[in-house]
Design a protein around this ligand. Structure first.
Ligand code: NCD
Ligand code: ZN
Length: 355
């Protein structure tokens, strides 16, 4: 069986550099699942309603998360918005906030307050560069004219290159890559530019989300060639590419009912396990070579490279063990107040334990 030699593998705890933990009832439901996915460090996205645009709100949000699950290191972000000024950046850095997330207006969940014109934020980016804060980019152009969800990421790449040229020392992360074109663009940039890759984009393509709301997210999964390029980048040992699940929980009613389907795939509870599943599947399909999937490769993608890019002081001292025991992904997670359906519900995955 492919990757069976990895049965029982012990890895350092994963770090997930792109999570949506929401607020209120959904935050209560999903925050305790972070460690079940083998993760002890997360970069928390700020697209709440209203978005997190002040230092005090980010710190308050962090303490709410810590109260639910204190054994996780929460790295916090602000939502790029007209109220973010260079002064706010200086205060954010002092308060220990890690990054600023930019959402282009209208392209994804809760992005109505997003960016229309990047040039308007140049003074903010210049201050971020001075303060060595990270700019996290949702790299898509809004659909209009000949731009569609299939080309939205590729059409954004000139903006990435122009920001990198204008601010060569600004650390930039192109979030949740979905295309071979984006991989090449990130490779061409200097070491200040890196990218996250999700577990689901390592396994699905356009056909999976056409007709299945639980495979629908932004940016949408693209072609077989794109997915295979992502698999190769994630297992290449190139430190520019590391894990960010983009786990984005929505109540099942927003996925199954109503006129519009919410964009977002919930993977938090099985974050590490789903990455191993995708890699295993790719070995079985001959896309990846099993002998190249070493502990170093997995450890790099799942935490080491991201921790290094984020400048986290020390490597984690916690470990997880992964085994094949035939564990099935839950059909639905429920509290009294809300629920969420996990990606690949009902299917078999790895079992994870701490230590
Ligand atoms: C995210 C969400 O639901 O917050 N949705 C998604 O499809 N990924 C927003 C985002 O990261 O684009
Ligand atoms: Zn996201």
């Amino acid at each position: 069986m492919p990757l069976s030699r990895l049965d029982g593998i012990k890895l350092p705890a994963s770090a997930d550099f792109h999570v949506h933990l929401r607020d209120g009832d959904m935050m209560q439901l999903v925050t305790p699942t972070i460690r079940e996915g083998g993760v002890n460090t997360v970069f928390v996205m700020p697209n709440l309603v209203p978005p997190v645009t002040t230092v005090s709100r980010a710190l308050e949000y962090k303490s709410q998360l810590e109260a639910i699950e204190p054994r996780v290191n929460y790295l916090m972000s602000l939502y790029l918005h007209e109220s973010i000024t260079p002064e706010v950046i200086i205060a954010a850095k002092k308060a220990g906030i890690t990054g600023v997330k930019s959402y282009p207006a209208g392209v994804t969940t809760n992005s109505s307050s997003g960016v229309i014109d990047y040039a308007a934020f140049y003074p903010v980016f210049a201050e971020m560069e001075r303060q060595d804060m990270i700019l996290n980019l949702h790299g898509e152009c809004p659909s209009s004219g000949d731009i569609t969800v299939m080309s939205a990421e590729e059409r954004f790449l000139p903006t990435l290159l122009s920001l990198h040229t204008q601010f060569p020392n600004l650390r930039i992360i192109l979030e949740h890559l979905t295309t071979a074109a984006a991989i090449s663009a990130v490779q061409k940039c200097g070491p200040k530019v890196a990218a996250t890759i999700t577990a689901h984009h390592l396994s699905i393509i356009v056909d999976n989300w056409a007709g299945d709301p639980f495979c629908f997210c932004k940016p949408v999964a693209k072609t077989v060639e794109d997915r295979d390029a992502l698999l190769r980048a994630a297992t290449s040992g190139d430190p520019k590419f590391f894990f960010g699940s983009d786990s984005a929980p929505h109540p099942s009613a927003s996925k199954r009912g109503g006129d519009k389907i919410a964009a977002g795939i919930f993977t938090q509870k099985y974050a590490t396990q789903l990455v191993l599943d995708a890699v295993e599947q790719a070995c079985a399909n001959g896309v990846l070579q099993e002998e190249k999937i070493t502990v170093d490769v997995l450890e790099g993608f799942l935490g080491k490279f991201g921790r290094a890019f984020y400048g986290l002081e020390q490597e984690t001292k916690e470990f997880v063990t992964l085994r094949k025991t035939g564990e099935k992904i839950e059909e639905i997670l429920k509290s009294e107040k809300t629920d969420v359906v996990p990606f690949r519900k009902g299917q078999t995955t790895w079992s994870l334990s701490w230590a």
